[in-house]
Design a protein around this ligand. Structure first.
Ligand code: OMP
Length: 262
């Protein structure tokens, strides 16, 4: 089953557009608790309320080899116990072609992620080895949520902001490969409206809800499709460090669903 079909089915089954980011900061874990043990508790508490999980590789790389093992164990735990929930490995990768080929092997074969986040700065050939893995999703950064995202993404290129040029390219590539999505940060409610006009019914991964203070209502108003889909809304810290991660995930799922019903 390809990534988009798996995601679509997971959205139907969970009635949720919520993705939980598995970003265990080593500083915040209890003594002797591994990142895998931390994730397992979060996954068991939140699995009923999510359509996807998104571990960010940076938190695991920070720990060294045991971190990478914990990342692999987390994804394998999900595959074994929650095989219908897709896993997005947030790595924001892309490089010259033969290097991306190796990245694709690491992300899709070694870690067995269903999708990867990818950086479009180096252009088409840097993404092609990911795109050729047609059963996996490639989620290209279009407009990110961070404070300095405008430094490059809002630069005018022939009268249009660069992020719109990126969105146009992603739409074009998706016509051929059919496995693309894009990242639009939740702190960009006006930009998401413009991107939606360019992107038709493509799905956006939307991080930046919670600690980064993205505006959920505006994002939903401006980004959701008429069928109540088209967005996967991701939160990490506000859920994984909550007193009650299950309740936090359920509340966020319900809040998103309020907007889906218009
Ligand atoms: P919280 O702010 O704790 O919810 O975490 C957000 C997660 O989404 C982190 O793993 C970020 O790396 C990731 N992210 C963004 O915050 N902003 C973006 O524009 C893109 C991403 C991403 O690609 O997921």
């Amino acid at each position: 089953m390809d990534f988009k079909t798996k995601l679509d089915k997971a959205i139907s089954k969970s009635s949720s557009l919520l993705c939980v980011g598995l970003d265990p900061d080593p500083q915040k874990l209890k003594k002797s608790e591994s990142q895998f043990q931390f994730n397992k508790i979060i996954i068991e508490a939140t699995a009923a309320f999510v359509c996807a999980y998104k571990p960010n590789i940076g938190f695991y790389e920070a720990v060294g080899l045991t971190g990478l093992e914990d990342l692999k164990n987390t994804i394998f735990f999900l595959k074994k116990n929650y095989p219908l929930i897709p896993v997005i490995l947030d790595a924001k990768r892309a490089d010259i072609g033969n290097t991306t080929l190796s990245l694709a092997e690491a992300i899709f074969d070694f870690y067995q992620a269903d999708a990867v986040t990818a950086n479009p700065y180096m252009g088409f050939d840097s993404l092609e080895p990911f795109l050729k893995r047609r059963d996996r999703g490639v989620i290209v950064l279009c407009h990110t949520s961070n404070p300095s995202s405008a430094d490059f993404q809002e630069l005018s290129v022939n009268g249009q902001p660069l992020y719109i040029k990126v969105a146009q390219k992603v739409v074009q590539w998706n016509k051929k490969y059919k496995n693309l999505l894009m990242v639009v940060g939740a702190t960009n409610p006006t930009q998401i409206k413009r991107i939606r006009r360019v992107a038709g019914d493509m799905t956006f991964l939307v991080p930046g809800i919670g600690v980064q203070s993205g505006n959920l209502e505006k994002i939903c108003q401006n980004g959701l499709l008429k069928n109540g889909r088209g967005l996967v809304i991701s939160a990490s810290r506000s859920i994984i460090y909550a007193q009650d991660p299950a309740m936090e995930a359920q509340n966020l799922k319900n809040e998103i669903n309020k907007y889906r019903q218009g």
